[in-house]
Ligand binder design. Structure first.
Ligand SMILES: [Zn+2]
Length: 99
């Protein structure tokens, strides 16, 4: 997980900041794949997460994605309570603080 600040091949991005990813291969992957949320071409700087499939995001796409992830978690949590199951937060970490 991190920020890819610049693209050394195209000159796009913020070259005043140090990027851990300066080899170019990750930037090529970002350009080929696009944003994992809005599917528009990626711009630099972008956010990067390593998973089964590389995830690239525009910084402005993170908040809507996170909002939808938490909305889905809340929906699951409510359904699990109604159906008598264990809420996700208990299942994942066993910490019920703040509930
Ligand atoms: Zn996007």
């Amino acid at each position: 997980m991190g920020v890819i600040w610049n693209d050394p091949e195209t000159g796009e991005g913020d070259f005043t900041r140090t990027s851990s990813y300066t080899e170019g291969w990750l930037q090529r992957g970002a350009r080929e794949q696009g944003c994992s949320y809005c599917h528009e071409p990626i711009r630099f700087p972008c956010l990067y997460w390593m998973a089964d499939k590389d995830i690239f995001l525009h910084p402005e796409c993170l908040a809507p994605l996170a909002t939808r992830l938490f909305r889905d978690l809340h929906e699951y949590d409510c359904a699990a309570r109604i159906e008598g199951g264990r809420p996700m937060r208990q299942a994942a970490g066993g910490n019920s603080a703040g509930r």
